[in-house]
Design a protein around this ligand. Structure first.
Ligand code: MSP
Length: 540
Protein backbone atom coordinates (compact mmCIF):
# COMPACT_ATOMS: atom_id res chain seq x y z
CA UNK A 1 0.00 0.00 0.00
CA UNK A 2 1.15 3.51 -0.77
CA UNK A 3 2.09 5.81 2.07
CA UNK A 4 -0.40 8.57 2.77
CA UNK A 5 0.24 12.30 2.79
CA UNK A 6 -2.31 14.81 4.10
CA UNK A 7 -1.54 18.49 3.64
CA UNK A 8 -3.64 21.52 4.61
CA UNK A 9 -3.60 25.28 4.14
CA UNK A 10 -5.13 27.55 6.73
CA UNK A 11 -8.73 28.27 5.85
CA UNK A 12 -8.92 31.84 4.60
CA UNK A 13 -10.98 34.57 6.19
CA UNK A 14 -14.05 35.50 4.20
CA UNK A 15 -13.63 39.19 4.55
CA UNK A 16 -11.84 40.24 1.37
CA UNK A 17 -10.11 39.16 -1.80
CA UNK A 18 -6.94 37.07 -1.51
CA UNK A 19 -3.60 38.57 -2.53
CA UNK A 20 -0.26 36.97 -3.44
CA UNK A 21 0.62 36.62 0.23
CA UNK A 22 -2.27 34.26 1.01
CA UNK A 23 -1.87 32.62 -2.38
CA UNK A 24 1.70 31.67 -1.45
CA UNK A 25 0.52 29.16 1.18
CA UNK A 26 -1.84 27.56 -1.30
CA UNK A 27 0.80 27.33 -4.05
CA UNK A 28 3.32 25.89 -1.60
CA UNK A 29 0.88 23.17 -0.49
CA UNK A 30 -0.03 22.46 -4.09
CA UNK A 31 3.64 21.99 -4.95
CA UNK A 32 4.10 19.66 -1.99
CA UNK A 33 1.05 17.65 -2.98
CA UNK A 34 2.30 17.29 -6.55
CA UNK A 35 5.77 16.34 -5.28
CA UNK A 36 4.45 13.61 -2.99
CA UNK A 37 2.14 12.36 -5.72
CA UNK A 38 5.07 12.18 -8.09
CA UNK A 39 6.82 10.05 -5.48
CA UNK A 40 3.90 7.65 -5.34
CA UNK A 41 2.17 8.79 -2.14
CA UNK A 42 -1.58 8.57 -1.70
CA UNK A 43 -2.15 12.30 -1.22
CA UNK A 44 -4.95 14.45 0.10
CA UNK A 45 -4.91 18.24 -0.02
CA UNK A 46 -7.41 20.29 1.96
CA UNK A 47 -8.07 24.00 1.72
CA UNK A 48 -11.13 26.13 2.39
CA UNK A 49 -12.72 29.17 3.98
CA UNK A 50 -13.07 30.43 7.54
CA UNK A 51 -16.53 31.94 7.23
CA UNK A 52 -17.66 32.73 10.75
CA UNK A 53 -16.73 35.46 13.18
CA UNK A 54 -17.33 39.04 14.03
CA UNK A 55 -15.29 40.39 11.13
CA UNK A 56 -17.48 38.68 8.53
CA UNK A 57 -20.59 39.92 10.27
CA UNK A 58 -19.24 43.49 10.34
CA UNK A 59 -18.02 43.55 6.72
CA UNK A 60 -21.35 42.12 5.53
CA UNK A 61 -23.21 44.83 7.40
CA UNK A 62 -21.02 47.54 5.83
CA UNK A 63 -21.88 46.13 2.41
CA UNK A 64 -25.54 45.86 3.25
CA UNK A 65 -25.47 42.11 2.62
CA UNK A 66 -26.17 39.09 4.73
CA UNK A 67 -23.10 37.28 6.05
CA UNK A 68 -24.17 34.23 4.02
CA UNK A 69 -24.22 36.28 0.78
CA UNK A 70 -20.78 37.63 1.54
CA UNK A 71 -19.21 34.24 2.30
CA UNK A 72 -20.87 32.62 -0.74
CA UNK A 73 -19.45 35.33 -2.97
CA UNK A 74 -15.95 35.12 -1.48
CA UNK A 75 -15.82 31.35 -1.52
CA UNK A 76 -16.66 31.36 -5.23
CA UNK A 77 -14.11 34.03 -6.00
CA UNK A 78 -11.47 32.09 -4.04
CA UNK A 79 -12.27 28.90 -5.96
CA UNK A 80 -11.89 30.86 -9.21
CA UNK A 81 -8.49 32.02 -8.07
CA UNK A 82 -7.37 28.49 -7.25
CA UNK A 83 -8.49 27.41 -10.70
CA UNK A 84 -6.34 30.14 -12.19
CA UNK A 85 -3.38 28.96 -10.12
CA UNK A 86 -4.11 25.35 -11.14
CA UNK A 87 -4.36 24.23 -7.51
CA UNK A 88 -5.00 20.49 -7.18
CA UNK A 89 -6.93 20.45 -3.92
CA UNK A 90 -9.03 17.39 -3.10
CA UNK A 91 -11.46 19.07 -0.76
CA UNK A 92 -12.60 22.63 -0.10
CA UNK A 93 -14.20 23.03 3.30
CA UNK A 94 -16.33 25.96 4.35
CA UNK A 95 -17.04 26.42 8.04
CA UNK A 96 -20.66 27.32 7.26
CA UNK A 97 -21.25 23.82 5.86
CA UNK A 98 -23.41 21.40 7.82
CA UNK A 99 -20.76 18.68 7.78
CA UNK A 100 -18.37 21.02 9.58
CA UNK A 101 -20.77 22.61 12.05
CA UNK A 102 -21.97 19.19 13.18
CA UNK A 103 -18.46 18.21 14.19
CA UNK A 104 -17.69 21.53 15.92
CA UNK A 105 -20.84 21.18 18.01
CA UNK A 106 -19.88 17.67 19.07
CA UNK A 107 -16.33 18.69 19.91
CA UNK A 108 -17.51 21.60 22.06
CA UNK A 109 -20.08 19.50 23.92
CA UNK A 110 -17.60 16.71 24.56
CA UNK A 111 -15.02 19.10 26.01
CA UNK A 112 -17.74 20.69 28.12
CA UNK A 113 -18.92 17.34 29.47
CA UNK A 114 -15.36 16.32 30.28
CA UNK A 115 -14.76 19.55 32.15
CA UNK A 116 -12.04 20.78 29.76
CA UNK A 117 -14.34 23.66 28.91
CA UNK A 118 -16.07 25.54 31.75
CA UNK A 119 -18.28 28.62 32.07
CA UNK A 120 -16.84 31.83 33.50
CA UNK A 121 -16.61 35.56 32.88
CA UNK A 122 -14.30 37.17 30.41
CA UNK A 123 -12.84 40.61 30.58
CA UNK A 124 -10.16 41.57 28.11
CA UNK A 125 -9.35 43.13 24.80
CA UNK A 126 -10.38 41.77 21.43
CA UNK A 127 -8.82 42.43 18.02
CA UNK A 128 -11.49 41.82 15.42
CA UNK A 129 -9.08 41.79 12.47
CA UNK A 130 -7.10 38.91 13.99
CA UNK A 131 -10.02 37.46 15.95
CA UNK A 132 -7.67 37.35 18.97
CA UNK A 133 -7.98 38.06 22.69
CA UNK A 134 -5.36 40.00 24.64
CA UNK A 135 -4.76 41.13 28.18
CA UNK A 136 -4.11 44.79 28.97
CA UNK A 137 -0.39 44.13 29.45
CA UNK A 138 -0.05 42.57 26.01
CA UNK A 139 -1.41 45.63 24.20
CA UNK A 140 0.51 48.35 22.41
CA UNK A 141 0.04 52.07 22.95
CA UNK A 142 -3.59 53.26 23.06
CA UNK A 143 -4.78 49.67 23.51
CA UNK A 144 -3.68 48.56 20.03
CA UNK A 145 -3.29 44.95 18.94
CA UNK A 146 0.28 43.69 19.46
CA UNK A 147 0.03 41.66 16.21
CA UNK A 148 -1.48 44.05 13.68
CA UNK A 149 -1.49 47.45 15.39
CA UNK A 150 -5.23 48.00 15.01
CA UNK A 151 -7.37 49.28 17.86
CA UNK A 152 -8.75 46.57 20.15
CA UNK A 153 -12.08 46.62 21.97
CA UNK A 154 -12.67 46.03 25.65
CA UNK A 155 -14.94 43.02 26.01
CA UNK A 156 -16.77 42.02 29.19
CA UNK A 157 -19.05 39.03 28.88
CA UNK A 158 -19.95 35.60 30.13
CA UNK A 159 -17.76 33.13 28.32
CA UNK A 160 -16.71 29.52 28.19
CA UNK A 161 -13.04 28.79 28.75
CA UNK A 162 -10.76 26.01 27.55
CA UNK A 163 -8.31 24.74 30.14
CA UNK A 164 -5.02 25.37 28.40
CA UNK A 165 -2.98 25.37 31.59
CA UNK A 166 -3.91 21.75 32.33
CA UNK A 167 -2.11 20.62 29.16
CA UNK A 168 0.94 22.88 29.31
CA UNK A 169 3.42 20.24 30.44
CA UNK A 170 2.15 17.59 28.05
CA UNK A 171 2.45 20.02 25.18
CA UNK A 172 6.01 20.98 26.07
CA UNK A 173 6.88 17.30 26.32
CA UNK A 174 5.35 16.63 22.90
CA UNK A 175 7.40 19.46 21.37
CA UNK A 176 10.51 18.14 23.05
CA UNK A 177 9.96 14.51 22.06
CA UNK A 178 9.21 15.42 18.43
CA UNK A 179 11.95 17.73 17.20
CA UNK A 180 10.30 18.24 13.82
CA UNK A 181 6.81 18.92 15.19
CA UNK A 182 7.32 22.63 14.48
CA UNK A 183 9.68 23.87 11.79
CA UNK A 184 11.66 26.03 11.16
CA UNK A 185 13.54 25.71 14.43
CA UNK A 186 13.49 29.48 15.10
CA UNK A 187 9.69 29.50 15.08
CA UNK A 188 9.58 26.48 17.38
CA UNK A 189 11.72 28.39 19.86
CA UNK A 190 9.25 31.27 19.82
CA UNK A 191 6.40 28.89 20.62
CA UNK A 192 8.29 27.19 23.45
CA UNK A 193 9.19 30.56 24.97
CA UNK A 194 5.54 31.61 24.78
CA UNK A 195 4.31 28.43 26.50
CA UNK A 196 6.94 28.72 29.21
CA UNK A 197 5.57 32.14 30.21
CA UNK A 198 2.52 30.17 31.36
CA UNK A 199 -0.72 29.58 29.49
CA UNK A 200 -3.94 31.30 30.53
CA UNK A 201 -7.20 29.47 29.94
CA UNK A 202 -8.66 30.55 26.62
CA UNK A 203 -12.02 32.24 26.14
CA UNK A 204 -13.78 29.99 23.62
CA UNK A 205 -17.23 31.51 23.20
CA UNK A 206 -18.82 34.89 22.54
CA UNK A 207 -22.26 36.28 23.30
CA UNK A 208 -22.01 39.68 21.65
CA UNK A 209 -22.60 38.58 18.08
CA UNK A 210 -24.39 35.89 16.19
CA UNK A 211 -22.52 34.73 13.12
CA UNK A 212 -21.02 31.42 14.19
CA UNK A 213 -21.69 27.91 15.45
CA UNK A 214 -24.13 28.03 18.39
CA UNK A 215 -23.20 26.13 21.54
CA UNK A 216 -25.77 23.31 21.66
CA UNK A 217 -26.34 23.34 25.39
CA UNK A 218 -26.35 27.15 25.65
CA UNK A 219 -27.30 28.81 22.34
CA UNK A 220 -26.72 32.33 23.66
CA UNK A 221 -23.06 31.50 23.05
CA UNK A 222 -21.30 31.24 19.71
CA UNK A 223 -18.16 29.07 19.51
CA UNK A 224 -14.96 31.15 19.28
CA UNK A 225 -13.98 31.37 15.64
CA UNK A 226 -10.53 29.79 16.14
CA UNK A 227 -11.97 26.70 17.85
CA UNK A 228 -14.46 26.48 15.00
CA UNK A 229 -11.80 27.05 12.32
CA UNK A 230 -9.10 24.70 13.64
CA UNK A 231 -11.59 21.83 13.74
CA UNK A 232 -11.77 21.98 9.92
CA UNK A 233 -8.67 19.83 9.61
CA UNK A 234 -10.55 16.84 10.98
CA UNK A 235 -14.17 17.74 10.25
CA UNK A 236 -13.30 17.64 6.54
CA UNK A 237 -12.14 14.05 7.05
CA UNK A 238 -15.42 13.03 8.66
CA UNK A 239 -14.03 12.80 12.20
CA UNK A 240 -16.64 11.63 14.70
CA UNK A 241 -19.26 10.94 12.01
CA UNK A 242 -20.83 7.76 10.60
CA UNK A 243 -18.28 7.64 7.83
CA UNK A 244 -14.86 8.45 9.21
CA UNK A 245 -12.91 6.44 6.65
CA UNK A 246 -10.97 9.46 5.39
CA UNK A 247 -10.09 10.40 8.95
CA UNK A 248 -8.84 6.88 9.66
CA UNK A 249 -6.88 6.78 6.45
CA UNK A 250 -5.27 10.22 6.38
CA UNK A 251 -5.20 11.50 9.97
CA UNK A 252 -4.08 8.16 11.26
CA UNK A 253 -1.89 7.66 8.19
CA UNK A 254 1.76 8.36 7.52
CA UNK A 255 2.26 12.12 7.17
CA UNK A 256 0.06 15.05 8.13
CA UNK A 257 1.30 18.61 7.57
CA UNK A 258 -0.41 21.88 8.41
CA UNK A 259 1.21 24.75 6.54
CA UNK A 260 0.60 28.11 8.20
CA UNK A 261 1.96 31.66 8.15
CA UNK A 262 4.06 32.79 11.10
CA UNK A 263 1.26 35.02 12.38
CA UNK A 264 -1.07 32.12 13.09
CA UNK A 265 1.47 29.63 14.38
CA UNK A 266 0.49 30.18 18.01
CA UNK A 267 -3.08 29.03 17.33
CA UNK A 268 -1.84 25.90 15.58
CA UNK A 269 1.01 25.08 17.92
CA UNK A 270 -0.85 25.65 21.20
CA UNK A 271 -4.65 25.70 20.93
CA UNK A 272 -4.93 23.00 18.29
CA UNK A 273 -2.74 20.35 19.92
CA UNK A 274 -4.40 21.05 23.27
CA UNK A 275 -7.85 20.61 21.71
CA UNK A 276 -6.70 17.31 20.25
CA UNK A 277 -5.13 16.09 23.47
CA UNK A 278 -8.36 16.85 25.28
CA UNK A 279 -10.30 14.96 22.61
CA UNK A 280 -7.85 12.08 22.78
CA UNK A 281 -7.04 12.45 19.09
CA UNK A 282 -3.45 11.49 18.25
CA UNK A 283 -1.12 14.44 17.61
CA UNK A 284 -0.03 13.05 14.28
CA UNK A 285 0.59 16.31 12.54
CA UNK A 286 3.58 18.51 11.86
CA UNK A 287 3.54 22.27 11.51
CA UNK A 288 5.45 24.27 8.99
CA UNK A 289 5.33 28.05 9.54
CA UNK A 290 6.47 30.28 6.70
CA UNK A 291 7.28 33.98 6.64
CA UNK A 292 5.48 36.77 4.85
CA UNK A 293 5.60 38.48 1.52
CA UNK A 294 6.08 42.17 2.21
CA UNK A 295 6.15 45.26 0.02
CA UNK A 296 9.26 47.43 -0.05
CA UNK A 297 7.80 49.77 2.54
CA UNK A 298 6.25 47.21 4.81
CA UNK A 299 3.28 44.91 5.17
CA UNK A 300 0.97 44.12 2.28
CA UNK A 301 -2.15 45.98 3.21
CA UNK A 302 -5.35 46.75 1.39
CA UNK A 303 -6.15 49.75 3.47
CA UNK A 304 -2.77 51.34 2.69
CA UNK A 305 -3.02 50.64 -1.03
CA UNK A 306 -0.11 48.22 -1.06
CA UNK A 307 -1.24 44.89 -2.30
CA UNK A 308 -0.56 42.56 -5.22
CA UNK A 309 -3.24 40.30 -6.67
CA UNK A 310 -2.28 37.13 -8.54
CA UNK A 311 -4.97 37.36 -11.24
CA UNK A 312 -3.53 40.21 -13.30
CA UNK A 313 0.04 38.89 -13.05
CA UNK A 314 -1.07 35.50 -14.35
CA UNK A 315 -3.14 37.04 -17.12
CA UNK A 316 -0.18 39.03 -18.38
CA UNK A 317 2.79 36.72 -17.70
CA UNK A 318 1.31 33.24 -17.38
CA UNK A 319 1.02 30.94 -14.40
CA UNK A 320 4.53 29.53 -14.10
CA UNK A 321 6.37 32.85 -13.64
CA UNK A 322 4.16 33.66 -10.65
CA UNK A 323 4.48 30.19 -9.13
CA UNK A 324 8.22 30.33 -9.66
CA UNK A 325 8.52 33.77 -8.14
CA UNK A 326 6.42 32.95 -5.08
CA UNK A 327 8.16 29.67 -4.34
CA UNK A 328 11.67 30.93 -4.97
CA UNK A 329 11.69 34.35 -3.34
CA UNK A 330 10.42 33.47 0.12
CA UNK A 331 13.35 32.09 2.12
CA UNK A 332 12.77 29.06 4.35
CA UNK A 333 12.66 30.92 7.62
CA UNK A 334 12.40 34.61 6.77
CA UNK A 335 10.23 37.10 4.91
CA UNK A 336 10.36 38.03 1.22
CA UNK A 337 9.81 41.36 -0.51
CA UNK A 338 7.77 41.65 -3.68
CA UNK A 339 9.07 44.19 -6.16
CA UNK A 340 8.19 44.59 -9.86
CA UNK A 341 11.94 44.73 -10.60
CA UNK A 342 12.60 41.32 -9.02
CA UNK A 343 9.55 39.79 -10.63
CA UNK A 344 10.68 40.80 -14.13
CA UNK A 345 14.32 39.89 -13.37
CA UNK A 346 13.34 36.36 -12.35
CA UNK A 347 11.44 35.92 -15.61
CA UNK A 348 14.20 37.36 -17.76
CA UNK A 349 17.25 35.86 -16.06
CA UNK A 350 16.14 32.59 -14.49
CA UNK A 351 13.30 31.49 -16.72
CA UNK A 352 14.04 32.96 -20.15
CA UNK A 353 17.84 33.13 -20.20
CA UNK A 354 19.04 30.26 -18.05
CA UNK A 355 16.31 27.68 -18.42
CA UNK A 356 14.32 28.52 -21.58
CA UNK A 357 17.38 29.25 -23.60
CA UNK A 358 19.07 26.01 -22.60
CA UNK A 359 16.11 24.05 -23.87
CA UNK A 360 15.84 26.10 -27.03
CA UNK A 361 19.55 25.89 -27.89
CA UNK A 362 19.61 22.17 -27.28
CA UNK A 363 16.65 21.48 -29.54
CA UNK A 364 17.97 23.79 -32.26
CA UNK A 365 21.31 21.97 -32.25
CA UNK A 366 19.63 18.55 -32.38
CA UNK A 367 17.65 19.77 -35.39
CA UNK A 368 20.58 21.33 -37.14
CA UNK A 369 23.20 18.65 -36.57
CA UNK A 370 21.20 15.42 -36.38
CA UNK A 371 17.90 16.00 -38.07
CA UNK A 372 16.33 15.92 -34.56
CA UNK A 373 17.40 12.31 -33.76
CA UNK A 374 19.65 11.55 -30.79
CA UNK A 375 20.92 8.20 -29.42
CA UNK A 376 22.32 7.04 -26.14
CA UNK A 377 26.13 7.04 -26.50
CA UNK A 378 28.07 3.85 -25.72
CA UNK A 379 30.49 5.66 -23.42
CA UNK A 380 31.58 9.02 -22.04
CA UNK A 381 33.73 11.10 -24.37
CA UNK A 382 34.81 13.99 -22.18
CA UNK A 383 35.86 14.50 -18.56
CA UNK A 384 33.05 16.98 -18.17
CA UNK A 385 30.48 14.27 -19.01
CA UNK A 386 31.08 12.71 -15.64
CA UNK A 387 31.08 16.07 -13.90
CA UNK A 388 27.69 16.86 -15.39
CA UNK A 389 26.27 13.49 -14.38
CA UNK A 390 27.60 13.89 -10.84
CA UNK A 391 25.98 17.30 -10.63
CA UNK A 392 22.66 15.80 -11.77
CA UNK A 393 22.84 13.11 -9.10
CA UNK A 394 23.82 15.60 -6.41
CA UNK A 395 20.89 17.82 -7.40
CA UNK A 396 18.44 14.93 -7.21
CA UNK A 397 19.70 14.00 -3.73
CA UNK A 398 19.51 17.58 -2.47
CA UNK A 399 16.09 18.01 -4.03
CA UNK A 400 14.66 15.06 -2.10
CA UNK A 401 16.16 16.30 1.14
CA UNK A 402 14.90 19.85 0.63
CA UNK A 403 11.43 18.99 -0.61
CA UNK A 404 10.82 16.56 2.24
CA UNK A 405 11.47 19.48 4.60
CA UNK A 406 9.36 21.95 2.55
CA UNK A 407 12.50 23.87 1.63
CA UNK A 408 11.17 24.58 -1.83
CA UNK A 409 13.16 27.76 -2.40
CA UNK A 410 16.37 25.89 -1.71
CA UNK A 411 15.33 23.02 -4.02
CA UNK A 412 14.72 25.57 -6.79
CA UNK A 413 18.08 27.22 -6.23
CA UNK A 414 19.83 23.86 -6.53
CA UNK A 415 17.98 23.06 -9.76
CA UNK A 416 19.19 26.40 -11.13
CA UNK A 417 22.77 25.50 -10.17
CA UNK A 418 22.33 22.39 -12.29
CA UNK A 419 20.89 24.49 -15.12
CA UNK A 420 23.99 26.73 -14.95
CA UNK A 421 26.23 23.68 -14.92
CA UNK A 422 24.44 22.34 -17.99
CA UNK A 423 24.80 25.67 -19.79
CA UNK A 424 28.49 25.63 -18.92
CA UNK A 425 28.75 22.12 -20.37
CA UNK A 426 27.84 23.57 -23.78
CA UNK A 427 30.61 26.16 -23.48
CA UNK A 428 33.09 23.44 -22.49
CA UNK A 429 32.32 20.94 -25.22
CA UNK A 430 32.09 23.33 -28.21
CA UNK A 431 29.36 21.50 -30.14
CA UNK A 432 29.56 24.06 -32.98
CA UNK A 433 33.26 23.14 -33.46
CA UNK A 434 32.55 19.38 -33.25
CA UNK A 435 29.89 19.87 -35.93
CA UNK A 436 32.50 21.03 -38.43
CA UNK A 437 34.37 17.72 -38.26
CA UNK A 438 32.62 14.63 -39.65
CA UNK A 439 34.80 12.31 -37.59
CA UNK A 440 33.39 13.87 -34.39
CA UNK A 441 29.77 12.81 -34.97
CA UNK A 442 29.75 10.46 -31.98
CA UNK A 443 31.20 13.11 -29.68
CA UNK A 444 28.60 15.59 -30.87
CA UNK A 445 25.75 13.09 -30.36
CA UNK A 446 27.15 12.47 -26.87
CA UNK A 447 26.99 16.19 -26.06
CA UNK A 448 23.41 16.50 -27.22
CA UNK A 449 22.34 13.33 -25.48
CA UNK A 450 23.79 14.58 -22.20
CA UNK A 451 22.06 17.91 -22.59
CA UNK A 452 18.71 16.31 -23.34
CA UNK A 453 19.06 13.79 -20.54
CA UNK A 454 19.88 16.57 -18.05
CA UNK A 455 16.89 18.55 -19.30
CA UNK A 456 14.60 15.53 -18.97
CA UNK A 457 15.62 15.08 -15.34
CA UNK A 458 15.33 18.83 -14.68
CA UNK A 459 11.81 18.59 -16.17
CA UNK A 460 10.84 15.87 -13.68
CA UNK A 461 12.21 17.84 -10.73
CA UNK A 462 10.41 20.97 -11.90
CA UNK A 463 7.09 19.27 -12.59
CA UNK A 464 5.54 20.09 -9.16
CA UNK A 465 6.73 23.69 -9.48
CA UNK A 466 6.55 24.89 -13.11
CA UNK A 467 3.56 22.87 -14.14
CA UNK A 468 3.13 24.17 -17.68
CA UNK A 469 6.78 24.67 -18.59
CA UNK A 470 7.70 21.12 -17.51
CA UNK A 471 4.93 19.73 -19.73
CA UNK A 472 6.13 21.94 -22.60
CA UNK A 473 9.69 20.71 -22.07
CA UNK A 474 8.57 17.07 -22.28
CA UNK A 475 6.50 17.85 -25.39
CA UNK A 476 9.23 19.71 -27.24
CA UNK A 477 11.79 17.01 -26.43
CA UNK A 478 9.26 14.26 -27.16
CA UNK A 479 9.94 12.47 -23.90
CA UNK A 480 7.80 9.32 -23.56
CA UNK A 481 5.34 9.30 -20.61
CA UNK A 482 7.17 6.62 -18.66
CA UNK A 483 10.36 8.69 -18.76
CA UNK A 484 8.58 11.64 -17.15
CA UNK A 485 8.05 9.69 -13.92
CA UNK A 486 9.93 9.71 -10.65
CA UNK A 487 11.08 6.10 -11.18
CA UNK A 488 12.96 7.17 -14.28
CA UNK A 489 15.00 9.76 -12.40
CA UNK A 490 18.33 8.19 -13.38
CA UNK A 491 20.75 9.58 -15.88
CA UNK A 492 20.89 7.29 -18.93
CA UNK A 493 17.40 5.78 -18.93
CA UNK A 494 16.64 7.48 -22.22
CA UNK A 495 17.67 5.32 -25.19
CA UNK A 496 16.89 7.49 -28.18
CA UNK A 497 14.45 10.16 -29.24
CA UNK A 498 13.43 12.59 -31.94
CA UNK A 499 12.96 16.12 -30.68
CA UNK A 500 10.49 18.55 -32.18
CA UNK A 501 11.59 20.39 -35.27
CA UNK A 502 9.55 23.41 -34.28
CA UNK A 503 11.05 24.62 -31.00
CA UNK A 504 9.52 27.70 -29.46
CA UNK A 505 10.81 29.64 -26.44
CA UNK A 506 8.95 28.59 -23.30
CA UNK A 507 9.60 31.94 -21.60
CA UNK A 508 9.92 34.93 -23.94
CA UNK A 509 12.25 37.68 -22.70
CA UNK A 510 10.46 40.82 -21.53
CA UNK A 511 11.26 44.48 -21.91
CA UNK A 512 12.41 45.34 -18.43
CA UNK A 513 11.40 48.98 -18.30
CA UNK A 514 8.01 48.56 -19.94
CA UNK A 515 6.99 45.62 -17.76
CA UNK A 516 8.22 47.09 -14.51
CA UNK A 517 6.12 50.13 -15.20
CA UNK A 518 3.17 47.97 -16.16
CA UNK A 519 3.25 46.16 -12.80
CA UNK A 520 3.74 49.36 -10.86
CA UNK A 521 0.66 50.87 -12.53
CA UNK A 522 -1.23 47.66 -11.93
CA UNK A 523 -0.58 47.92 -8.21
CA UNK A 524 -1.90 51.46 -8.09
CA UNK A 525 -4.88 50.87 -10.35
CA UNK A 526 -5.95 47.60 -8.79
CA UNK A 527 -6.25 49.16 -5.40
CA UNK A 528 -8.79 51.64 -6.67
CA UNK A 529 -10.74 49.09 -8.68
CA UNK A 530 -10.74 46.69 -5.76
CA UNK A 531 -12.07 49.26 -3.33
CA UNK A 532 -14.81 50.29 -5.73
CA UNK A 533 -15.76 46.73 -6.51
CA UNK A 534 -15.93 45.31 -3.08
CA UNK A 535 -17.27 48.27 -1.25
CA UNK A 536 -19.41 50.16 -3.70
CA UNK A 537 -20.35 48.93 -7.10
CA UNK A 538 -20.20 45.20 -7.36
CA UNK A 539 -23.34 43.23 -6.70
CA UNK A 540 -22.63 40.40 -4.34
N1 MSP B 1 -8.68 32.22 9.05
C1 MSP B 1 -7.40 32.23 9.62
C2 MSP B 1 -6.78 30.84 9.56
C3 MSP B 1 -7.56 29.75 10.21
S1 MSP B 1 -6.80 28.20 9.99
C4 MSP B 1 -7.59 27.16 11.01
C5 MSP B 1 -6.49 33.22 8.88
N2 MSP B 1 -6.87 33.56 7.67
S2 MSP B 1 -6.10 34.65 6.75
O1 MSP B 1 -6.87 34.71 5.54
O2 MSP B 1 -5.95 35.88 7.45
O3 MSP B 1 -4.68 34.13 6.50
C6 MSP B 1 -4.43 32.93 5.89
C7 MSP B 1 -2.96 32.69 5.66
O4 MSP B 1 -2.42 33.67 4.77
C8 MSP B 1 -2.13 32.74 6.92
O5 MSP B 1 -1.29 31.60 6.98
C9 MSP B 1 -1.31 33.99 6.76
O6 MSP B 1 -0.05 33.89 7.38
C10 MSP B 1 -1.15 34.03 5.26
N3 MSP B 1 -0.76 35.34 4.81
C11 MSP B 1 -1.49 36.49 4.88
N4 MSP B 1 -0.73 37.50 4.37
C12 MSP B 1 0.47 37.03 3.97
C13 MSP B 1 1.58 37.56 3.33
N5 MSP B 1 1.67 38.84 3.00
N6 MSP B 1 2.59 36.70 2.99
C14 MSP B 1 2.51 35.34 3.23
N7 MSP B 1 1.47 34.81 3.85
C15 MSP B 1 0.49 35.65 4.32
O7 MSP B 1 -5.49 33.62 9.45
Amino acid sequence: MNKTFYITTPIYYSSGKLHIGNSYTTVLCDTMKRYKKLRGYDTRYLTGMDEHGQKVETVAKELNKTPQDLVDYLSNSTKDLWKLLDIQYDDFIRTTEKRHKKVVKKIFEQLLEQGDIYLGNYEGYYCMADESFFTKTQLGENNTCPDCGRKTKLVKEESYFLKLSKYEDRLLKHIDDNPDFITPESRKNEVVAFIKQGLHDLSVSRTSFDWGVKVVSNPAHVVYVWIDALSNYISALGYNTDDDSLYQKYWNGDEVIHVVGKDILRFHAIYWPIMLMALDVPLNFKLFAHGWYLMKDGKMSKSKGKVVYPGSLIEKYGLDPLRYYLLKELPYSGDGIFTPEDFIARINFDLANDFGNLLNRTISMANKYFDSKIYKPAKDYFDVDKELKDKVQETIDLYKEDMDKLKVSSAIQNIWKLISRTNKYIDETYPWVLAKDDSKKLELNNVLYNLIESLRLIGILLSPILINASKELFTQLNIPKELQKWDSLNFGELEKLTVTNKPSPIFPRLDKKVEEEYIQNLLNEEMIIEQNKLFKKEKI
